[in-house]
Design a protein around this ligand. Structure first.
Ligand code: PMV
Length: 319
């Protein structure tokens, strides 16, 4: 019996994190230079219901049904099974490997779910649409934090740049001219759940001010969409800087992230901001030239890893 294999890319949020949880638009793009892979093999002679999972990157080797019910890998398997009895599933082995750094804002959790859901459903002879995959990843994402906006599962399931407003049909984003984003990892794990809770508490304490901050971020996402779609990506640099300031005001940046953002700008970047939940994780930097100098400045300023990602132009028609 052949192995069933599926891969999923990482992602970055270009604009609008946190505000997206409160109904404002956000923009996210896939990062295909990092990937998660899931491989499912039938275990010939194994008893039904024996689902073994191996994830050597996190030193995990376990029977799925012995994992905690809240474990995201078990949740992803259960999401595929739906109402079916796991005890009746043909014996199989699932192997997960990933080059996406964990807790850095690159969507590693959603990518693991996406690859696993696709490979396992293929093994079971089910064909899922991207939208179905997105929906199942979302169910798993709820374990990570209570109020996911849905942006991570959408961009990772569809593997294309998206303009996203919670509760509305998402739009594919047409990229007129390619542009380069440098991703720099602060080396401090991001804490999305804590950051989302912090923002919620700040909003409860000061709703008028925070509603205004969310609106300002939403306005930046809207302007950036127009600039990206009209072939002026270099002009999003100042908007990235402005979005970072607003994220600082939301309370989700850190001195280390601010230091990296400043270093990138001083070395000639067109703009820089934190990306994802914050309190650690990545910053993203818009670069047109001098990438080596900017990379060096980031490394000197504490980045433990940098990744250059080109956002290619595409031919998506938008309405
Ligand atoms: O930390 P990440 O990359 O999973 O991004 C979280 C984005 C937030 O807007 C903070 C939360 C969400 O659900 O959209």
């Amino acid at each position: 019996m052949p192995a069933f294999t599926a891969t999923a890319p990482g992602k970055i949020i270009l604009f609008g994190e946190h505000a997206v949880v409160y109904g404002e638009p956000a923009i996210a793009v896939p990062v295909s230079s990092v990937q998660t892979r899931a491989v499912v093999n039938a275990v010939i002679g194994g008893s039904s219901g024996e689902i073994q999972i191996e994830a050597p990157d996190i030193s995990l080797s376990a029977a799925v049904m012995e994992l905690d019910p809240d474990h995201p890998l078990r949740a992803a398997v259960m999401a595929v099974l739906g109402d079916k009895d796991p005890g009746e599933m043909p014996a199989c082995n699932i192997r997960i490997s990933s080059s996406i750094p964990v807790a850095s804002g690159l969507g590693s959790g959603a990518a693991v779910s996406a690859a696993l859901i696709r490979a396992l459903s293929a093994f079971l002879g089910q064909r899922l649409t991207d939208e179905q995959v997105s929906h199942l990843i979302f169910e798993v994402e709820k374990i990570h934090h209570d109020t996911p906006s849905g942006i991570d599962n959408t961009v990772i399931a569809h593997q294309k740049p998206i303009y996203y407003v919670k509760g509305e049909p998402f739009q594919f984003l047409s990229i007129e001219s390619p542009f380069s984003i440098l991703i720099a990892d602060s080396g401090i794990p991001g804490h999305t759940q804590e950051a989302v809770q912090r923002v919620r508490q700040n909003w409860i304490n000061n709703p008028d001010r925070f509603d205004l901050l969310f609106k300002s971020i939403g306005g930046i996402s809207k302007m950036s969409k127009e600039l990206i779609q009209s072939g002026s990506p270099a002009d999003i640099g100042p908007l990235m800087n402005e979005n970072h300031l607003l994220l600082q005001e939301l309370g989700v940046s850190t001195p280390e992230l601010d230091h990296l953002v400043d270093a990138a700008r001083q070395a000639g970047a067109l703009g820089a901001k934190l990306s994802g939940g914050g309190l650690g994780g990545n910053i993203i930097v818009l670069v047109d030239e001098g990438i080596d100098k900017i990379t060096e400045a980031l490394t000197k300023s504490g980045a433990v890893h940098t990744l250059n990602s080109t956002i290619p132009s595409n031919q998506i028609s938008t309405d």
